[in-house]
Design a protein around this ligand. Structure first.
Ligand SMILES: C[S@@+](CC[C@H](N)C(=O)[O-])C[C@H]1O[C@@H](n2cnc3c(N)ncnc32)[C@H](O)[C@@H]1O
Length: 255
């Protein structure tokens, strides 16, 4: 993390942006949202047919990782930064009624919306909690899999998040996620700019350092692949992609 980054400002900006995503999915953001994006990234349209449309409309993920996660029936799954709930609902389908999915997110409006959708659409095995991914409110070894989509880049404490993910996983448990990373190290002027962090650029860790953090937390990385189908919409974000190789990747790892 940059010494000069104002983390309180970053949290306010991220919460405000994702409150807007929860409340008005048709607003314009620097990133794409919705079903077309999900299908392009690789989600199975048959799965999406069972997920509440409103959750799909607010989907703000950056890649597809369910082929890496291979969630089994009966598994307990944790979704870090669950947003309006689309991935948690897809996971809920994969683990079936004998499994359970918990989503955690720091933005109140996202958690309330996702919980309402779970109740209204009969997803009895999916629940959402408000909280921080840097301080997970769960016992050690509680989950078979930890999943996440487009979230870790927003955290100024990535090392802590990976350590927390490792702590709450059972031995042999899986980490599967998609996130934004960079090829080049970005200058301090970008890494200390809370606006650019909230736009999913400033917090993009260099890919080598990102996978080293995962391994240092106690995982073995099993897969890293680029999601070339993912594109940023704003000129500012697109410029950063060209200049610093900011891109989406899917990573799989085992505890
Ligand atoms: C890009 S959105 C992705 C949401 C969801 N995973 C999806 O694919 O639609 C990022 C989400 O992470 C949440 N978030 C960001 N930083 C967080 C943190 N430190 N702790 C908990 N949630 C966080 C935001 O509130 C937001 O809902």
């Amino acid at each position: 993390m940059s010494e000069a980054l104002d983390t309180d400002k970053l949290e306010r900006e991220v919460k405000s942006m994702y409150q807007e995503v929860a409340e008005s999915s048709d607003a314009e953001f620097h990133f794409e949202t919705g079903r077309d994006l999900a299908v392009r990234l690789g989600y199975d349209p048959d799965d999406l047919d069972y997920v509440p449309d409103v959750a799909i409309d607010s989907f703000a993920g950056v890649g597809y990782y369910f082929d890496v996660a291979e969630l089994e029936s009966g598994a307990d799954v944790l979704d870090l930064g669950s947003g309006s709930g689309m991935d948690a609902f897809v996971a809920g389908l994969h683990v079936t009624e004998t499994g359970a999915v918990t989503g955690i997110d720091m933005t109140t409006e996202q958690v309330e919306k996702a919980n309402d959708l779970a109740t209204d659409n009969g997803f009895h095995n999916v629940t959402f909690r408000e909280g921080y991914i840097e301080e997970l409110p769960f016992e050690d070894a509680s989950f078979d899999a930890v999943i996440s989509n487009g979230v870790l880049n927003l955290s100024a404490e990535k090392r802590t998040v990976f350590e927390e993910a490792n702590r709450v996983l059972k031995p042999g448990g899986q980490l599967a996620l998609s996130d934004i990373v960079s090829e080049q190290r970005m200058p301090e002027s970008i890494k200390s700019d809370a606006d650019l962090w909230a736009a999913c650029i400033g917090g993009a860790e260099q890919i080598g350092s990102y996978t080293r953090l995962i391994e240092a937390a106690g995982f073995s990385v099993t897969e890293t692949r680029e999601n070339t189908q993912y594109e940023f919409l704003s000129d500012r974000a697109a410029n950063a992609c060209g200049k610093y190789g900011v891109k989406s990747v899917t990573v799989g790892a085992i505890k």
